[in-house]
Design a protein. Structure first.
Length: 243
C-alpha cells in the first residue's frame, strides 16, 4: 500500500481514540497524545497538517497543480521536477496528477499553456503603432511572468529530444499566433494608410518574436527592460513598416 495512503488509513483509524485521549489530557499538557502513548510535538503536528492533502476538484485543483508545477520548475529545474514533488507542493495525491497527465512533459506543457497570455485579439485602436505596442507589451509581460521564467529554464537545460517537444509548443502556442496577429495589424494599417503597401508579409512579422526570443535565448535575459516594448516598436518596427 502506498505510504501516504497507509498513513491516512492509520490516522482515520486512530482518530476517535486520539480525540478521546486529547479530551482527557489536562490543560497544562504540552504534547498531544495520539494512538495511546505516542506523543507528537506541536511543530510536528503543524507540519503534518500543512502537508495533508486538501480536498479540491476541477479548476481549483488544476490551478493549484499548475502553480506548483511552475514553482517547482523555476526553483529546481526540469530535470529535478517530479510528479511526486508537484503533488506534494499542490497538497494533493499523485493519483490526481496521473489521472490527467501521463508524464511530466504533458503536465509542464499544460501548465504553460494555461498561464501564458493569448497573443491575439488586439483591437483596432486606429493606430498601427498603438496596436503593435500593445501586442509587444503582452509578449514582454509574459516573458517576465512565472511562466516566462519556466520557459527560460526549459530552453536552457533540456536535451535534444525534450527540447524538440517544447520548441514545437513554443512555436505553435506563442510564435505563430504572434506572427498571425502582427500580420492582421499590418493589414489593418495598410487599409488605413499608416503602413506601406507590401509590408504585411511573413518576414516582417518574424522580426518582433525573433527579437524577443533573441533577448531571452541568446542574451540570457530573464526579465525584459520596462522600456523594451517601446524601443522595439519605435526604433525597429515602425521604421520598417512606415508608409
Amino acid at each position: 500500500m502506498d505510504h501516504s495512503v497507509r498513513r491516512q488509513v492509520t490516522d482515520r483509524a486512530a482518530g476517535p481514540a486520539a480525540e478521546a485521549v486529547g479530551a482527557a489530557a489536562p490543560p497544562s499538557s504540552t504534547a498531544w497524545a495520539v494512538s495511546g502513548s505516542a506523543a507528537l510535538c506541536p511543530v510536528r503536528v503543524a507540519a503534518e497538517v500543512l502537508t495533508r492533502p486538501v480536498r479540491r476538484r476541477g479548476k481549483e485543483l488544476e490551478s493549484a497543480i499548475f502553480a506548483a508545477t511552475l514553482d517547482q520548475l523555476t526553483s529546481g529545474g526540469y530535470a529535478r521536477l517530479t510528479m511526486e514533488g508537484v503533488a506534494a507542493a499542490a497538497r494533493t495525491g499523485k493519483a490526481a496528477l496521473y489521472r490527467r497527465w501521463a508524464s511530466k512533459v504533458e503536465l509542464v506543457i499544460d501548465a504553460l499553456d494555461s498561464t501564458l497570455p493569448r497573443p491575439h485579439g488586439i483591437p483596432d485602436l486606429g493606430s498601427t503603432r498603438g496596436e503593435l505596442l500593445q501586442l509587444i507589451e503582452v509578449f514582454a509581460e509574459a516573458m517576465n511572468s512565472r511562466a516566462g521564467s519556466a520557459m527560460h529554464v526549459l530552453m536552457g537545460e533540456l536535451d535534444h529530444e525534450q527540447a524538440e517537444v517544447f520548441k514545437d509548443f513554443i512555436v505553435q502556442r506563442v510564435v505563430e499566433p504572434t506572427k498571425d496577429t502582427i500580420l492582421d495589424i499590418l493589414r489593418r494599417g495598410a487599409e488605413r494608410g499608416d503602413v506601406r503597401a507590401g509590408a504585411a508579409i511573413p518576414m516582417v512579422a518574424d522580426v518582433a518574436p525573433a527579437m524577443l526570443l533573441y533577448q531571452v535565448k541568446v542574451c540570457g535575459r530573464e526579465n525584459m527592460p520596462s522600456d523594451y516594448a517601446v524601443r522595439l516598436v519605435d526604433d525597429v518596427l515602425v521604421p520598417l513598416i512606415r508608409a
